[in-house]
Write a protein that binds this ligand. Structure first.
Ligand SMILES: Cc1ncc(COP(=O)(O)O)c(C=O)c1O
Length: 394
């Protein structure tokens, strides 16, 4: 079936008891067994729950995997993936992963005898050079948060395969509507369902989709053993959100393209980062590995003072962490999503103090542009007042 059909129907048979077309919220912790040793396939809700199973089957279909597991948050999903490792393993990670992924690795996982190398995965030569005999996993996020550069998924898959390592792709920014890493060779895909999949900024959750049944089995073991499961109600919310993913993603992208063109023409802005711009250095790769460019964009206003004036003047765009909701969310990466990354490291990976990220919503784009214009005027700059020439992309 096509994507929009699968989004609405995959994993969701009408309820066998009543025929309800919306999967019921099975708000139960346990199930009565028929007789000793005879279950209907359901024993205890940490292990299995019908609402969660419907969502998991749906996400497996959308990401073209064999099995999906739903977790209490995106971070719980990422933690489950890292729980597949053992002491002595080495992992290569994109340096621009979500700040929370960096925090999990740096503050917790390094203590367990697993070695992590954060590096610029935009260049496959760096990835190849970093892989060692004990490299068990390559963890990438593409586009990179928040600088919107890309990593070549198929290229990384080939490198991982050569070394017998797993390739994991955090596909949160693109959603399965625009990008499917598994057909490109990824072994595991992770999502913060909090973002586009749910799409309404009213649920926190995560998912892992496995290309192979045996990885799915292992992840189910981790899910039931560690217990960070998605609740029945949140599973239902995400199922409901996914039904409109195709139409939402189209509108997110349509609005983002118009905003990218608007921002690229403004003198206050130093650089606009959006893979959909023909001038993006990796525009060709974006077209090769994805069906669209998504709804995330970032730009540099030159410094913290300009970013603050801009953000404080906005009335419609919500100054908030997170992304992927129907409403436009805007954030200052250095002090919000990447606050847990040390300042030197932030600067090294391009998260400058003037960088602002927009998760473009599905409102009327004219209203968004009016709000952004108000913010730009508040910076008090009509031209970039620095010694160096602005490197504006258009
Ligand atoms: C790309 C990406 N991955 C993972 C996460 C973590 O997800 P959650 O907040 O649902 O734990 C986030 C959160 O912002 C994210 O942006």
């Amino acid at each position: 079936m096509g994507f929009a059909t699968d989004a609405i129907h995959a994993g969701q048979e009408p309820d066998p008891t009543t025929g309800a077309v919306s999967v019921p919220i099975y708000q139960t912790s346990t199930y009565e067994v028929e007789a000793l040793g005879e279950t209907k396939g359901w024993n205890y809700a940490r292990t299995i729950n019908p609402t969660r199973t419907a969502l998991e089957n749906n996400l497996a279909a959308l990401e073209k995997g064999k099995r999906a597991l739903a977790f209490a948050s995106g971070m719980a999903a990422i933690n489950a993936v890292f729980s597949m490792l053992k002491a002595g393993d080495h992992v290569v990670v994109s340096q621009n992963v979500y700040g929370g992924t960096f925090r999990l690795v740096d503050g917790i996982l390094r203590n367990f005898g697993v070695e992590f190398s954060f590096l610029d995965t935009t260049d496959l030569a760096n990835v190849s050079a970093a892989m060692k005999a004990n490299t068990a996993m390559l963890f990438i996020e593409t586009p990179h948060n928040p600088v919107m550069t890309l990593t070549d998924i198929a290229g990384c898959a080939a490198l991982a395969r050569q070394r017998g390592a797993r390739l994991v792709v955090d596909n949160t920014f693109m959603s399965p509507y625009w990008q499917n890493p598994i057909p490109l060779g990824a072994d595991l895909v992770v999502h913060s369902t909090t973002k586009y999949l749910n799409g309404h900024s009213d649920s926190v959750g995560g998912a892992v989709i496995a290309a192979r049944e045996e990885d799915g089995e292992r992840l189910h073991f981790i899910q039931k053993s560690a217990g960070a499961i998605l609740s029945p109600f949140d599973s239902w919310l995400v199922l409901r959100g996914v039904k409109t993913l195709a139409v939402r993603m189209e509108r997110h992208e349509e609005n983002t393209k118009k905003i990218a063109a608007f921002l690229a023409g403004r003198p206050e802005i130093r650089a606009v980062n959006y893979p959909g711009l023909a001038s993006h250095p990796q525009h060709a790769l974006a077209k090769k590995q994805a069906r669209g460019f998504g709804g995330m964009i970032s730009f540099d206003l030159g410094g913290y003072a300009e970013a603050k004036s801009f953000l404080d003047a906005l009335r419609l765009c919500a100054l908030a962490e997170s992304l992927g909701g129907v409403e436009t969310l805007i954030s200052h990466s250095a002090s919000m999503t990447h606050a847990s990354v040390p300042a030197d490291e932030r600067r090294r990976i391009g998260v400058t103090d003037g960088l602002v990220r927009i998760s473009v919503g599905i409102e009327d784009v004219e209203d968004l542009i009016e709000d952004l214009t108000r913010g730009l005027q508040a910076t008090g700059r009509t031209a970039v007042a620095t010694g160096s020439a602005p490197s504006r992309r258009s």
